[in-house]
Write a protein that binds this ligand. Structure first.
Ligand SMILES: NC(=O)c1ccc[n+]([C@@H]2O[C@H](COP(=O)([O-])OP(=O)(O)OC[C@H]3O[C@@H](n4cnc5c(N)ncnc54)[C@H](OP(=O)(O)O)[C@@H]3O)[C@@H](O)[C@H]2O)c1
Length: 488
């Protein structure tokens, strides 16, 4: 399809066209953007993978994937219109000649005489990020006069600091940093962006957002599923690489950062880098002092997991942010598989009042931000029980997206991120220095807990809250995990 409107066309090239991410996230998000009229007038989508199929078969396979959405039908007019913009090109991204063929194919469908903008999305195994980028460079596809070229890179970005640096080096040999969009889809979640709004568009939170009022911060990403057939693959990574280096540290930076003077990508990211830079470093020798690790019962029996694996499926870590605002306030981060609850939550536990004139022990104020599910927040405070003497009990003020915005659906994080990448807004993407700082924090922890001198991973029952060691770990610092079954 070519443009006859004279407007600049944009092509989204998805490498890894037939994969799970493309089917479950990218195509549904692009389709939703298209239906909302946000994709721009002339956008085409080209998927590339090695298997043999025609564009027609490709569209059919994507429509099957869309069948997971209740209100979808392949006969829908919007889908027919959207699908007519999707093409399939067969090829191996690791082969420069295949990319040369792709370039010819793209030129054939893009408006002649006017270069199209291009967003390259690497929905590929991480080992292919480097070869794909280098081949885009070798075939001259990374730049064009009069049009932009951008590349979106999925997680995981490296498996340690050295590999992340090497990958950044390869990428920068082809693309400049402002062309690169490294994804952490947590940043695309409305509740995470709302945290910025909560902090920086309200006057009531920021004055107490510091060491004078906050006792500790707890960030939890828990999942109920065990690993089963993915265990062999997961064993190469473990929870620190899978969750801490990216999602948990990203959430920490958004909680802890200073307000940028302006909501501009680089100013925002500068502040996030400063937080990572201030996170206290440990050595492999001292890492076990600030972290516990564990495996769910039966993990070592999963297929593909070595019997002596020390790869954690659960971990809890204390981090300290050594700056004026956060000195002495522990950030407790935890994440695990096969737990009792699927939730992502940020809990701010405030200090108790300095003096209690009431004859009753009370808990501290709590602000709990539910990133997922049931997106919203709760503020817990003390109230007098009616018709009794001075008795208090905690009560809950709550905000939920579905109540407050008339049941308006919350878009998938990928929808927001794809749109931002198309618009060239990198605010919610990770900059190269940010990713390297995050690895610099995590490397000694990962190495330290893998050492034979470190305690073996603890065990925990499937469907439990995690190991008892995680409770004892917090008790050591005079804290306790907050477990609230918030009623809504
Ligand atoms: N799935 C998710 O929900 C999710 C979430 C977050 C991040 N990610 C990240 O996204 C990336 C993709 O994940 P995925 O789950 O979609 O993987 P996947 O299901 O294994 O899909 C991989 C895709 O890459 C294609 N491919 C493999 N080798 C290729 C080559 N040499 N040249 C061209 N295409 C090739 C495969 O098709 P052929 O075999 O036909 O070539 C397939 O389409 C990974 O880095 C993953 O970590 C995924």
């Amino acid at each position: 399809m070519t443009s006859n409107s004279g407007e600049q066309t944009t092509t989204i090239v998805i490498f890894g066209a037939s994969g799970d991410l493309t089917r479950r996230k990218l195509i549904p998000s692009l389709c939703s953007l298209f239906c909302k009229g946000r994709l721009g007038p002339v956008v085409q989508i080209v998927g590339m993978a090695r298997r043999d199929m025609t564009s027609e078969q490709y569209r059919e396979s994507l429509a099957e994937g869309m069948g997971d959405f209740e209100d979808f039908s392949p006969e829908m007019e919007e889908w027919t219109e959207f699908a007519s913009r999707i093409h399939y090109f067969r090829g191996d991204v690791a082969s420069a000649s295949a990319l040369q063929g792709l370039e010819e194919f793209l030129k054939g469908i893009e408006a002649p005489g006017k270069p199209a903008n291009r967003l390259y999305y690497l929905a590929l195994a991480p080992s292919l990020y480097g070869p794909a980028v280098l081949n885009l460079g070798a075939t001259g596809m990374a730049g064009a006069t009069g049009a932009w070229r951008r590349v979106v890179i999925e997680k995981p970005f490296g498996s340690d600091l050295a590999s992340a640096q090497a990958l950044n080096k390869s990428i920068h040999s082809v693309f400049s940093e402002d062309q690169v969009f490294r994804i952490d889809h947590y940043l695309g979640k409305e509740t995470v962006q709302n945290l910025l709004v909560l902090r920086f568009a309200n006057t009531i939170f920021e004055p107490v957002w510091n060491r004078n009022y906050i006792d500790n911060v707890q960030i939890t990403v828990s999942e109920t599923v065990a690993l089963s057939d993915r265990a062999g693959y997961y064993d190469q990574a473990g929870v620190f690489r899978d969750m801490f280096q990216n999602h948990l540290l990203q959430l920490l930076t958004v909680v802890a950062m200073e307000p940028p003077s302006n909501f501009q990508a680089d100013l925002l990211r500068n502040e996030k880098v400063k937080v990572l830079n201030a996170v206290r470093r440990v050595t492999p020798e001292t890492a076990p002092e600030i972290a516990v690790h564990a495996q769910y019962d039966g993990y070592l029996d999963e297929q593909g997991v070595p019997a002596d694996s020390r790869t954690p499926t659960y971990a809890a870590v204390r981090m300290d942010v050594d700056n004026w605002r956060w000195q002495g306030v522990p950030f407790y981060l935890r994440s695990g598989k096969a737990l009792d609850d699927k939730r992502t939550e940020i809990v701010i536990q405030f200090k108790r009042p300095p003096h209690l004139m009431f004859q009753q022990e009370i808990g501290p104020n709590i602000l709990a931000i539910q990133v997922q599910p049931d997106e919203g927040l709760h503020i817990e405070f003390q109230a007098k029980t009616p018709d009794e003497k001075m008795q208090m009990r905690p009560v809950d003020l709550e905000f939920h997206y579905d109540d407050s915005f008339g049941g308006q659906a919350i878009p998938d994080a990928y929808e927001r991120l794809l749109l931002d990448a198309l618009n060239g807004d990198a605010s919610l993407f990770i900059r190269s220095d940010e990713i390297e700082e995050a690895w610099e924090i995590m490397d000694p922890i990962i190495q330290g807990l893998a050492r034979s001198e470190a305690p073996l991973p603890a065990g925990y029952a499937i469907g439990s809250r995690g190991p008892d060691e995680a409770d004892r770990f917090l008790a050591k610092y005079g804290s306790a995990w907050l477990h609230r079954d918030w009623q809504h």
